[in-house]
Design a protein around this ligand. Structure first.
Ligand code: SAM
Ligand code: SF4
Length: 351
């Protein structure tokens, strides 16, 4: 039997771990004892840096218009079945004001990828920062030019989420049309880091064709890149996409990957994702108990939420009201965690 404790200890200390060892570790996901041990160690590692704090960020899904063609996502340009929307500047501001009123000091503006949104996004980021100077703004609007990223950074954006989706270029190519190129996506993360953003990478677990070796490579790849944020969630099929008939990613494998990446990157900010909450009963808690330390309740105006249909059955828990947020705080407390509404910067970016 693999000496998994020794491998994990070395991973936690940043010492050499061979690729084969990582692969063996990932493959032990079916062994409940091993998974429990890995998750426990992930919690310990996370506690060393963050105590029992869980950072809460308000998520605003600003538009579902997208020129991307990702085979897994319901917002892809080729999907004519989705009703497209775009929040006005005032609607984005109002969403943030509501969140601010509830105490939130960290907002994530997420949406489809389009090249035409440079000016309007800069405008709204500027407005948020002027009106609420004590908040952190994270953008997640896909691949853009250096000039656009620079413009948004100058406007006040602090962080950028751009999952690399797969660390294996050949696998990435099976999930995207030719116009989407792995090297370009990864280069964007480099540009964002150069511009001083806190960057977020990440991937889905269980995309069709993903192997254990690829998952092991994800750990290596992320340990090497050391982004400040990492988003990991299960793949969930969306019926109007080319991968709509494929099986969803496994909860256990997602928890295993969350924990391994946490152990490799102790200081990272890692959400317990909506995809996990959608896939598993108590998914948010499972993620937190596997080393995640961020939750992003949805504060998008309720009438738009159903249209942000990236996968089937997506949860968009009603946290628009104070009661929703209070419930989240209470539930986290019940499992021993303290919800924190501050900016929630990465330890290396504390101001
Ligand atoms: N358009 C931006 C981008 O792609 O970076 C941001 C929005 S996109 C909807 C955010 C993330 O959703 C993607 O990075 C992807 O990993 C995830 N996602 C998309 N379709 C998914 C699916 N079917 N199952 C699980 N996650 C999915
Ligand atoms: Fe567009 Fe992002 Fe969905 Fe790809 S994952 S289709 S870029 S919204």
């Amino acid at each position: 039997m693999t000496n998994y404790r020794d491998i994990l200890r070395r991973l936690a200390l940043g010492n050499e771990v061979g690729f084969r060892e990582l692969e063996e570790l990932v493959a032990l996901v079916g062994d409940e004892r091993v998974l429990d041990y890995v998750r426990g160690l992930a919690r310990e590692v996370r506690t060393e840096w963050f105590g029992n704090k869980v950072f809460i960020r308000g998520l605003v899904e600003i538009s579902n218009r997208c020129s991307g063609g990702c085979y897994y996502c319901g917002l892809r340009a080729e999907n004519c079945k989705v009703t497209r929307y775009e929040l006005s500047d005032d609607e984005v501001m109002e969403s943030c004001r509501v969140g601010y009123g509830l105490g939130l000091r960290s907002f994530v503006l997420q949406g489809g990828e389009r090249k035409s949104i440079t000016e309007q996004t800069a405008r709204v980021v500027r407005r948020i920062k002027e009106e609420m100077p004590d908040v952190a703004v994270t953008l997640s609007l896909g691949e853009q030019s250096r000039e656009t990223y620079e413009c948004w950074r100058m406007a006040g954006a602090d962080r950028y989420l751009l999952r690399h989706e797969s660390a294996t270029p050949e696998h990435y190519a099976t999930l995207h049309p030719e116009r989407m190129v792995w090297e370009e996506r990864v280069a964007c993360l480099g540009v964002l880091a150069e511009l001083g953003y806190q960057i977020g990478a990440g991937f889905m677990v269980g995309t069709p064709g993903q192997t254990t070796a690829m998952l092991a490579h994800e750990v290596e790849f992320l340990a090497e890149m050391a982004p400040q944020m990492v988003g990991i969630g299960p793949f969930i099929p969306q019926s109007d996409t080319p991968l709509g008939n494929m099986p969803r990613g496994s909860v256990e494998q997602t928890l295993m990957m969350l924990s391994l990446v946490r152990i490799a990157l102790p200081k990272a900010l890692m959400p317990s994702t909506t995809a996990l909450a959608t896939t598993a009963e108590q998914g948010t808690h499972l993620g937190i108990l596997s080393g995640a330390n961020v939750v992003m309740p949805n504060i998008t105006p309720a009438q738009y939420r159903a249209s942000y249909a990236i996968y089937d059955g997506k949860k968009s828990s009603g946290t628009e009201a104070a009661e929703g947020l209070e419930k989240l705080v209470r539930e986290l407390r019940a499992i021993g965690y303290e919800a924190t509404f501050g900016r929630g910067d990465h330890p290396d970016f504390q101001r």
